[in-house]
Design a protein around this ligand. Structure first.
Ligand SMILES: Cc1ncc(COP(=O)(O)O)c(C=O)c1O
Length: 337
């Protein structure tokens, strides 16, 4: 069974990440983030996200999300996200159970949140019996592979701040969004007023390891302690740091994301020429969503494993990654025929 299109984390690590790991393994270094690589990586994050960015390095994307959202709120405050958001449906309730924060869900359009969708959730503000919304959590790119433009994000942040909400960006695929939009990482975050980012790295080429980037004023105090208390500070954290450093060196993150996106475009173009196959969402990152005739689906699933996204419509999701090659895409499309 071929799992190549099931997810963007079914692949190994980029060779440059492995090289960085090997060189980080030489000799001895202080542990728990006191090593020399951590300061260098923090400076690299400041180059990408602006001089005020404070970066921390954790083990999973779920941990990045939970730590950000917990840090941005008090226990009576809530997080608003889109229906279907990873933080709500794919983290086993970690924000609620581990983070101790309630999640409220708004209806997205094309995977994206709008002020109109969020405003009704603010109706019980001030009521003693209700959780108080404090953070808007958006995914860039979204769970359905679409992207918010910088302008869209800017307007959403401006509105959120005017309503007393902070903005968290789940950037598990921020690299793919930036590559698609032709922007820098900072242009989709710092420049538009995002307060905190979970910056995804595993899908972009690391073995494991993700970053939390705190941008908003007032965030960061005690974050290191919170990270350690939450069991997210690896003793040998230099091995996480080395991997992420490789992605930020010579724009490997951008190269990898551009490649994954280009493979998704190739896949969508090929699949849309197969009789009966419909591409169901705009392809704006490394994800392709489609519906297929039952016979085509059965034929494809005999060789390839990939998830059904929507049980009602039978819509499926295919993901491309930094290591998907064009021949594999063409073979996948051929198998559909
Ligand atoms: C939108 C989104 N956020 C966060 C994550 C991070 O999850 P994990 O805890 O598996 O690293 C993922 C991974 O699939 C994701 O798709």
């Amino acid at each position: 069974m071929d799992h190549g299109f099931a997810s963007d984390n079914v692949v190994g690590a980029h060779p440059k990440v492995i090289e960085a790991l090997v060189s980080a393994g030489q000799g001895t270094e202080p542990s728990y983030g006191y090593d020399r690589w951590t300061g260098v990586l923090r400076a690299q994050f400041a180059d990408h996200f602006g001089s005020g960015a404070r970066a921390y390095f954790v083990l999973t994307g779920t941990a990045a999300n939970v730590l950000c959202l917990q840090h941005m709120t008090r226990s009576h405050e809530a997080v608003i996200c889109a229906r279907g958001a990873h933080v709500d449906v794919d983290e086993v309730g970690a924000v609620e159970v581990v983070g101790g924060r309630k999640i409220l869900v708004a209806e997205p359009r094309d995977g994206k949140l709008t002020p109109e969708a969020v405003e009704p959730l603010l109706a019980r503000r001030g009521m003693l019996h209700a959780v108080q919304p404090r953070v808007l959590s958006v995914a860039e790119s979204t769970e359905v592979g679409t992207t918010y433009s910088a302008d869209e994000l800017g307007l959403l942040c401006e509105w959120a701040h005017s309503r007393g909400l902070l903005v968290h960006l789940d950037g598990a695929r921020l690299a793919n969004a930036a590559a698609h939009l032709g922007t820098s990482l900072g242009a989709l975050t710092t420049a538009v007023g995002v307060d905190a980012v979970s910056f995804g790295c595993a899908k972009n080429g690391t073995l494991l390891g993700e970053a939390v980037v705190l941008l908003g004023p007032g965030l960061g105090d005690g974050f290191g302690h919170q990270q350690k208390q939450s069991m997210q500070l690896a003793a040998k954290s230099r091995f996480v740091v080395a991997q992420i450093g490789a992605l930020l060196t010579d724009d490997l993150w951008l190269h990898n994301a551009r490649h994954a996106n280009a493979m998704a475009q190739r896949l969508a173009a090929g699949a849309s020429r197969v009789p009966g196959v419909q591409i169901t969402r705009p392809v704006e990152s490394n994800a392709v969503f489609a519906t297929l005739p039952v016979a085509t689906l059965v034929r494809l699933r005999a060789r390839y494993s990939f998830p059904t996204w929507d049980d009602m419509s039978g819509e499926v999701r295919w993901m491309c990654s930094w290591s998907t090659d064009a021949a594999a895409v063409d073979a996948f499309v051929d198998a559909m025929r």
